[in-house]
Design a protein around this ligand. Sequence first.
Ligand code: CMP
Length: 144
Amino acid sequence: IREQTLVAVKPDGVQRQLVGEIIQRFEKRGFQLVGLKLVQPSRDVLSEHYHDLQKKPFYSALIQYMSSGPIVVMVWEGCDVVSVSRMMVGDTNPAAARPGTVRGDLCVHISRNAIHASDSVAVAKKEISLWFHGSELVEWESCT
Ligand code: CMP
């Protein structure tokens, strides 16, 4: 089934100049980029994005880290893109992420894990509407 998902290169990934490498992995896999921007995320958007983690002990450090620099937010589209992206991204804890995954190849620490990808189709829909206006997304069918 054709789906869309939100992928973000976190501040550590942008600072370490991993944006190109990460985009390339999604392009090569065969997904289509339908939205892309570099943003300095506001705490308001981040608190909405991480709403479900509010009670976690690492929550304030997470918001601090995520607002520490620009991030690159993207919407990727394709067949089963939500689950395939999660597989490509690897375990939340980079130390446990398999080689071949973004985290397994490019980072080591859970609090600096370089990339985000939506964890379900329902969450992807919410996250895409949180980070993008409809007018910022393209339809590939109309781009031939
Ligand atoms: P992600 O899975 O993209 O979204 C939730 C984020 O919270 C996660 O990536 C990590 O960046 C962060 N996180 C999760 N667990 C921990 C933890 N135990 N310590 C610090 N950060 C964490």
